[in-house]
Ligand binder design. Structure first.
Ligand code: MN
Length: 194
């Protein structure tokens, strides 16, 4: 539990989104101040494993039920919904915003840098187009800046898994609450009302 105010019920950084289209059906509950508890059921076992990794390393609770007419639509739409949920759950509470993490997994060495402000921008190295698509959709929907650099690695599985671990660690640190906004211009995220 990273947030004492959430622990005593004085703050709620969570969001629940249901999204159904002709291509996918997604139900997601996200709690930033959870304990990294994942309850994920979707049709792709490696994608499920990566989302569990993201939850565990970020310390966010992720509850997900997702189905899709194909894996591309499933991965893309889960990224969009997860990004929207993160943005909604963060709201305007000041946070550390920025984090950079480098993770090794055997041959793979991956560096992830994120800034959780309203500055949607991505530059992503990824050996798999679908997982690059997920990361891009997630980051753009959340509004964050996200850079992923694969420093080395030849096993795609290791490289993708190291990326999700590093992203999770970035989110863990960047979501830490501050008393004031880390900015010279004040507000860096819009409230839901704006
Ligand atoms: Mn697409």
């Amino acid at each position: 539990m990273r947030n004492v105010l959430a622990a005593v019920g004085l703050m709620n950084r969570s969001a629940t989104i249901s999204r159904e289209t002709k291509e996918t059906c997604i139900k997601l509950s996200l709690d930033i101040d959870g304990g990294g508890v994942e309850d994920i059921r979707c049709e792709e076992s490696f994608f499920t494993h990566m989302l569990e990794t993201l939850g565990r390393y970020s310390g966010m609770d992720i509850e997900l039920r997702a189905k899709g007419d194909n894996v591309h639509h499933l991965i893309e739409d889960v990224g969009i919904v997860l990004g929207h949920a993160l943005r909604e759950a963060m709201d305007e509470t000041p946070v550390q915003r920025m984090s950079s993490q480098t993770v090794a997994m055997d041959d793979a060495l991956v560096s992830v840098t994120a800034d959780l402000a309203d500055r949607p921008y991505v530059d992503i190295d990824c050996p798999d187009n679908l997982y690059q698509h997920f990361l891009r959709s997630f980051a753009m929907a959340s509004g964050m800046t996200l850079h992923v650099m694969v420093l080395r690695g030849f096993d795609e599985h290791h490289t993708i898994e190291a990326t999700f671990k590093a992203l999770g660690l970035c989110l863990h640190d960047a979501l830490q609450i501050r008393e004031d906004e880390l900015s010279t211009k004040g507000r860096v995220r819009r409230s839901k009302e704006c």
